[in-house]
Design a protein around this ligand. Structure first.
Ligand code: ADP
Length: 484
């Protein structure tokens, strides 16, 4: 199958969020099968990490029009194994310090979309699947169906489109005037409501209306987006596409996150040797922070310190578990909102012997914490998918999560007696009572060695790999191709 990914960011070149991980990991996994040819089309930003492609090939430059604007696009090719990247260069639009945040973002990505379609023609690459991501490339399925120049092009005769929604908060709003001014599309698409959202055009909505299939990053997040209570207000249009809308969980990179070969941790371990392994890693972690083990478990949070992540709930719920009768320990690695950083420091100052804090981003330390902690805290308000809870499971560190979005889909909570399938702890209410329940369940479980070992074993053996997710995408692609 020929698969073209159109994405505004992709590792190893560029990243501001999960989109870059998904595009890279999914494409890498799909390209392992020789039956698939996968090409990622992405902008050549000023700060793109092109050192990842020491043998970048100059494919040449062509003229690309954005309606009345006559522009140029220069194409470069990078390879990573069987996976191909086509970088689209245009100094005016992409040689800027940041990926997003400019007044002309909509114009920049309208150009990118047109140039990526032109690149397909230039390379004679006829995609069976054209997979677009978020608002930046949301307009592409509409262009393929509404513009004659694409409808009549044999290159796209068999092309099916897939839209993945990573961040539904960004709608790609733009004035109706630009339908013609960027894409040469008729005003009627606004008037008949196909691309209209409030009194604007939304490129994300256009993607939802026109793509053959739509996905988001977990089954529960799909249901949340379909709910009439959803803050994103996409439920109306998504309801019309319900049968073509699927939630597919992201995976984790099981090579990067592997306790049996992790170069950053004090002692590597497997599902058989985890007890000694985690003990040694815990000892090393405690000594890094100059702390001593208490009677209770070691809890950890590794996160952006943002209101979304439930840090305030943690700060209020954890103190009783650090005190004399429980003697738990807490590590927090994170950075973010100033007020939360100060409150995290205040907690450490209140319990200097029981709390270790590192404010900043530190990859090696994150590995050491995943390996050395007993429980991982993720009391998020919302979480479309989330990956930290899956990394924690891979290290046998039981996640304590609030059941929302992908956290609900990836954690089977221990509820006091059933341990057969449990691989973490979950709670429902986003409040101090909810998280207190979660932490006390963890505390209770920690002192029941047989049940605890069973649940840690379940977590360690869990398959959170991209292999499983890529297979789900492939099934969706195949279903799209079969449909008339
Ligand atoms: P989000 O994308 O909303 O921040 P995820 O759970 O999807 O949340 O991904 C967070 C990723 O970032 C995880 O791999 C986590 O280990 C990592 N991470 C977050 N904060 C830090 C930090 N301060 N230092 C190192 N890694 C971090």
């Amino acid at each position: 199958m020929n698969i073209a990914m159109f994405a505004s960011e992709a590792l190893p070149l560029s990243k501001t969020g999960g989109l870059a991980d998904v595009v890279y990991s999914l494409s890498k996994e799909l390209s392992k099968d020789k039956a698939n040819e996968v090409v990622i089309f992405t902008p050549y930003y000023q700060n793109a990490k092109i050192s990842a492609f020491p043998k970048m090939k100059d494919l040449g430059e062509i003229a690309v029009d954005l309606s009345w604007r006559h522009l140029h696009a220069h194409f470069w090719e990078g390879r990573s194994g069987r996976l191909r990247y086509v970088l689209i260069e245009n100094a005016y639009y992409f040689h800027r310090p940041a990926l997003y945040g400019y007044h002309d973002d909509c114009e920049r990505f309208a150009f990118f979309g047109n140039a990526a379609l032109a690149a397909l023609r230039f390379l004679h690459f006829s995609p069976d699947i054209l997979h677009v991501h978020d608002w930046q490339t949301g307009m592409i399925p509409c262009l393929l169906k509404e513009k004659e120049e694409y409808r009549n092009d044999p290159l796209f005769a068999h092309t099916k489109t897939v839209l993945t929604i990573h961040n539904p908060a960004f709608k790609g709003f733009i004035d109706r005037y630009f339908l013609a001014d960027f894409w040469g599309l008729p005003d009627s698409l606004y008037d008949n409501g196909q691309v209209r959202f409030d009194n604007m055009v939304s490129t994300l909505k256009a993607g939802i209306v026109y793509a053959d299939k739509i996905t988001t990053v977990s089954p529960s997040h799909r249901n949340e987006l379909l709910s009439p209570d959803s803050d994103q207000r996409l439920n109306g249009v998504l309801a019309l596409r319900k049968d073509d809308f699927e939630g597919i969980l992201n995976g984790i990179d099981v090579e990067e996150w592997n306790p049996s070969s992790d170069p950053f941790i004090a002692k590597t371990y497997t599902a058989k040797t985890w007890k000694e392994g985690k003990k040694a890693n815990q000892k090393a972690l405690l000594s890094t922070f100059g702390l001593k083990k208490g009677k209770g478990p070691v809890f950890a949070m590794i996160s952006r310190l943002s209101w979304q992540k439930g840090v305030d709930l943690l700060l209020e719920s954890i103190p009783p578990f650090l005190q004399t009768n429980n003697e738990g320990t807490l590590f927090i690695l994170g950075s973010g909102e100033y007020a939360l950083e100060r409150r995290v420091q205040a907690l450490r100052d209140a319990y200097p012997e029981r709390v270790g804090v590192y404010l900043g981003y530190q990859n090696a330390l994150s590995h050491q914490i995943y390996a050395g902690a007993d429980f991982f805290l993720m009391p998020s308000l919302f979480e479309p998918c989330g990956i930290s809870q899956m990394i924690a499971q891979r290290y046998g560190t039981l996640p304590i999560v609030r059941y929302t979005g992908g956290l609900r889909d990836t954690v089977d909570g221990y509820d006091g007696d059933i341990t057969k399938y449990a691989d973490g702890i979950g709670f429902r209410d986003y409040d101090v009572g909810g998280l207190t329940y979660g932490i006390s369940k963890a505390n209770e479980l920690y002192h029941k060695p047989l049940e605890y070992a069973k649940i840690v074993g379940n977590a360690l053996r869990k398959d959170n790999s991209w292999k499983k997710s890529a297979a789900a995408y492939l099934r969706l692609y195949e279903a799209a191709i079969k449909e008339e």
